[in-house]
Design a protein around this ligand. Structure first.
Ligand code: SAM
Length: 262
């Protein structure tokens, strides 16, 4: 199959990375070691995959939705290679064999829900390196009180430590996207620090960030009793007049547990 004949599908968020120095930096950031299992989301024509194939990893799993690219990679065997022709959004992340490093120049239209699932459901990954839209990276890295701090920041930071990598301009891709991209790493927190009730936290974040500028006590009124709200806020050490965008991930976790288990 001639790769030049493979046109990019917009519906699958295909922007192929062409910048060799960016590709090498991403692979370096993964810190691959000999016994590692590496999983790449959306290998496409293989810009990153080429380096992963040559790396010391003992297992390499490629998860690709586009049948053209799944077929392309299946036709080039390598020891420990598994090609999965499937959708990363329905992949059973909890079953991924550990220790694993995850990498992907993610399709921008699904990056946020995908990372949401990966951090909360994957057991035993040691690091994830993702290329995403810069604006989404800013949200993931945002601190309480900043304009870009929201549900995605709280969720990801409740499960992992995000770190800034580097910015990649549209010209590094073919076809070029309309916006800047950024590479970030996610290192999981110890499992003992994960939120004790993920569903409660997710529900609270949804409620709170629909009205991020309002005071917490007012927002929560349409969902919980006044008595529960006041006691939960007090026991969590949160003043009722605070706005959601000022709460730390730990405060959200504490509040979610108290509100839902009152
Ligand atoms: N890794 C290649 C690169 O860096 O040049 C391609 C990156 S391109 C931005 C995104 C890739 O993800 C495409 O190969 C696309 O077909 C694949 N993809 C899109 N949606 C997907 C999904 N739901 N599950 C798995 N792969 C998907």
């Amino acid at each position: 199959m001639n790769m030049n004949e493979l046109s990019a599908k917009k519906s699958l968020g295909q922007h192929f990375l062409r910048d060799e120095s960016a590709i090498r930096r991403i692979v370096d950031m993964m810190g691959i070691e000999a016994d590692d299992h590496v999983l790449e989301i959306g290998p496409g024509p293989g810009a990153l995959t080429r380096y992963l194939r040559e790396s010391v990893c003992s297992r390499l799993t490629l998860l690709e939705k586009d049948d053209r690219f799944a077929a392309l990679h299946s036709s080039c065997p390598r020891p420990g290679l598994q090609v999965i022709h499937g959708d990363a959004l329905t992949y059973p992340w909890e079953k991924l064999a550990a220790p694993c490093r995850i990498v992907g120049n993610l399709p921008y239209n699904i990056a946020s829900p995908l990372m949401w699932d990966i951090v909360s459901r994957t057991r035993g990954y040691v690091r994830a390196v993702f290329m995403i839209q810069k604006e989404v990276a800013d949200r993931i890295l945002a601190e309480p009180g900043s304009k870009t701090y929201g549900a995605l920041s709280v969720w990801i930071q409740s499960y992992a430590v995000p770190r800034k990598g580097f910015i990649v301009r549209p010209g590094a891709f073919s076809p070029p996207p309309k916006v800047d991209s950024a590479v970030i790493t996610l290192t999981p927190l110890p499992r003992t620090d994960f939120p004790r009730d993920a569903a409660a936290l997710a529900t609270l974040l949804k409620i709170c960030f629909q009205q991020r500028r309002k005071q917490l006590q007012r927002i929560l009124r349409s969902h919980f009793s006044e008595e529960n709200i006041l006691a939960s806020l007090e026991e969590s050490g949160i003043a009722p007049a605070r706005r959601p965008e000022t709460l730390t991930p730990e405060e959200f976790q504490k509040l979610a547990l108290r509100l839902f288990y009152a």
